[in-house]
Design a protein around this ligand. Structure first.
Ligand SMILES: *Cc1c(COP(=O)(O)O)cnc(C)c1O
Length: 359
């Protein structure tokens, strides 16, 4: 069986070593005679899997006891509502920064539950830049400041952290675990698992404990962070299999040397691809150089009429899921932790051949 290189934005590539281990343990988890997906979530086995995954995740990101780590469902999209419901009153002002499609969705949903102030927007550059921090119109009394450190669709990433008196809330769905971060700067971090953590079905929320217990009375129980925290994310049946597989990914990341090592590899992968794109005279990336994403790299061909042939040829070469998001067009290579450097090399080789034949 030949595995292809998968550049999907999400659900995304998994580390091959993790898939192998999962296969090994699928029928009989460590001699217990059953699969993880058949275990009671309250069994000693599943609780040990869950606890170990949380400990490894905390170790990777350096998360202190001041924070709760919640293993939830509903995707990052559910958090768009959960955040204002848990952290703001109906008449509270909440600050949002609009840097792309995911910011926009977060803003739209939050507007149903609080008074959103869009503190800054890069819509005027078609979301190819990040507004300079000194231009942000922050509110004096905001319940929190929300931003999107990596815009998965536009391929725009912050390499700095906003300063804010209000708790800083970050949608890290497509950047979490790609490099070290200083968790203490944040009030809340959230991420759908299916980009850089593990399989779809799991959403992780890291929330400072002093922000718990403030949910509005109307907040659905399943969206209330305090309920999840008090019940170790097992108020109801959690996504056990996704939790287990994510735990294997955390072990794999530790074996790679942790997030410092991942940053070195991720920078090398991204720099190679950007350097080739910029020098090619055939492909281009529209994002300002200082804000180019390490994880999601959109690019267009010199002639959009060649897109179809490019994608077909890529598929034939075992390079999958390179089609860009419909709102941006062109191509997008998502090069998360689990996408090896050889995949990027193979992509560049293919791009060179295609440009030579069609340029
Ligand atoms: C994918 C993505 C989402 C949506 O995630 P779901 O888990 O599908 O709800 C939100 N924000 C960002 C930045 C994303 O990349």
């Amino acid at each position: 069986m030949a595995r292809c290189y998968n550049f999907c934005a999400g659900p995304a590539a998994m580390p091959e070593a993790v898939l192998r281990q999962a296969k090994e343990e699928l029928m009989d988890w460590r001699g217990r005679g059953l699969s993880v997906m058949e275990m009671s979530h309250r069994s000693d086995e599943m609780v040990s899997i869950a606890t170990e995954a949380e400990a490894d995740f905390r170790e990777l990101l350096g998360i202190s006891d001041d924070y709760a780590v919640l293993f939830l469902q509903g995707g990052a999209s559910s958090q768009f509502a959960a955040i204002p419901l848990n952290l703001a009153e109906e008449n509270s002002v909440v600050d949002y920064v609009n840097t792309g499609q995911w910011s926009k969705k977060a803003i739209k949903e939050a507007s149903r539950y609080a008074k959103v102030n869009v503190a800054a927007s890069s819509e005027d550059t078609n979301f190819t830049t990040i507004p300079a921090f000194d231009s942000w119109q922050l509110s004096d009394n905001a319940a929190y400041l929300h931003y999107t450190p990596n815009e998965t669709i536009g391929g725009v990433e912050y390499f700095w952290t906003p300063e804010s008196r209000a708790p800083l809330v970050a949608d890290m769905s497509s950047t979490i675990l790609s490099r070290p971060i200083d968790v203490d700067k944040f009030g809340l971090i959230y991420a759908g698992a299916q980009k850089n953590i593990g399989p779809a079905g799991l959403t992780i929320v890291v929330v400072r404990k002093d922000l718990l217990g403030k949910a509005r009375a109307i907040t659905p129980t399943m969206l209330n962070y305090q309920t999840a925290a008090e019940n170790d994310s097992m108020y109801n049946t959690p996504p056990t299999m996704a939790w287990y597989l994510s735990g294997l990914v955390f072990k794999w990341l530790k074996a790679q040397g942790g997030l410092q090592s991942m940053e070195v590899i991720n920078r090398r992968k991204a720099e190679k691809l950007y350097a080739y794109i910029d020098g090619s005279g055939f492909y281009s990336n529209p994002v300002e150089v200082a804000s180019r994403s390490l994880m999601n790299i959109p690019f267009v061909l010199a002639d959009a009429k060649l897109d179809k042939a490019f994608l077909q040829g890529a598929d034939d070469a075992g390079l999958l899921n390179l089609k860009g998001h419909r709102s941006v067009g062109g191509m997008r290579a998502s090069v998360y932790n689990a996408v090896p450097e050889e995949a990027v090399d193979a992509l560049i080789d293919y791009m060179k051949d295609f440009a030579r034949e069609n340029g």
